[in-house]
Design a protein around this ligand. Structure first.
Ligand code: SF4
Length: 264
């Protein structure tokens, strides 16, 4: 079966345990203001106009974003690093975009990975119908689960979708006892004040199993893409968080007994 990806990253250190390969699926139902990969949101292979400045000259060009790949070909890439996974306790992480936008392709590559005894992570927004998630549960060792904003209205404003389904799916996964690492993008003026942290905590406190937490401090590395692809950048004026505020948030969750890592 064929799917559409937009990148494969080898030697990834922050997308689950050990050293991993991260496969980025194309397509995302969200539209986060801070998205670092805006070119990944469409689920199709696209030819995008790009705008660069070279030696003070504006240059217009085109770039193909995404490629179709067969599951067997993808497994060939993944298995190149099998020894590294074994030695480091790593494996493969399917990320995006949102990998559940291509549920059948995701299911197929996950089952192939398990056939080869490769550890699997799915990095998801959780914004999906439950049946698609349930189908991949037996083949997914770890879910990296995004919580972007605890407040439903703000979630809708900053990502384009509500968080109700996301929270419901999180609770269902927790009920099944799946290993979950929560990923929180930590963004000044958007979700970083104490009231937001308390609301995140209230959501996590409802879970039966204590998940690990990864705080992902907002950074501007991807912002050049908005110029490059001539897309509106909604993050003007939002700065990267200070080390002090990240440390505060880290201790906030650690004081409640969570294991917290920074970055990812
Ligand atoms: S979920 Fe990720 S890929 Fe999708 S819009 Fe948000 S930041 Fe971008």
């Amino acid at each position: 079966m064929k799917g559409i990806i937009f990148d494969i990253k080898r030697m990834a250190l922050h997308d689950g345990p050990g050293i991993r390969q991260t496969v980025f699926f194309k397509g995302c139902p969200l539209g986060c203001h801070w998205c670092h990969n805006p070119e990944s949101r469409s689920k199709n292979v696209m030819c995008l106009k790009v705008f660069e400045t070279l030696n003070s000259i504006e240059v217009e060009d085109e770039e193909i974003v995404g490629r179709e790949i067969d599951s067997v070909e993808l497994m060939g890439f993944i298995q190149r690093d099998s020894l590294i996974y074994e030695e480091s306790g790593g494996g493969v992480t399917f990320s995006g975009g949102e990998p559940l936008m291509q549920p059948d392709f995701l299911w197929e590559v996950l089952t192939l990975c398990k056939k080869h005894e490769i550890h699997t992570c799915v990095d998801t927004t959780g914004y999906s119908s439950w049946d698609k998630i349930e189908k991949i549960v037996p083949f997914t060792d770890l879910f990296l689960y995004d919580l972007k904003h605890p407040d439903n209205e703000k979630h809708r404003h900053f990502t384009g979708v509500e968080n109700i389904q996301i929270l419901k799916n999180l609770s269902l996964l927790d009920e099944l006892g799946k290993e979950i690492w929560i990923r929180i993008p930590f963004i000044p003026t958007i979700n970083d004040d104490e009231a937001d942290l308390l609301k995140f905590l209230a959501i996590l406190a409802k879970l039966k199993n204590k998940p690990e937490i990864s705080l992902l401090p907002y950074h501007k590395i991807g912002s050049h893409k908005y110029t490059r692809f001539q897309l509106p950048n909604l993050m003007h004026g939002v700065e990267e968080p200070s080390g002090i505020s990240v440390a505060f948030a880290r201790h906030f969750f650690e004081n409640e007994g969570y294991h917290v890592t920074i970055g990812g």
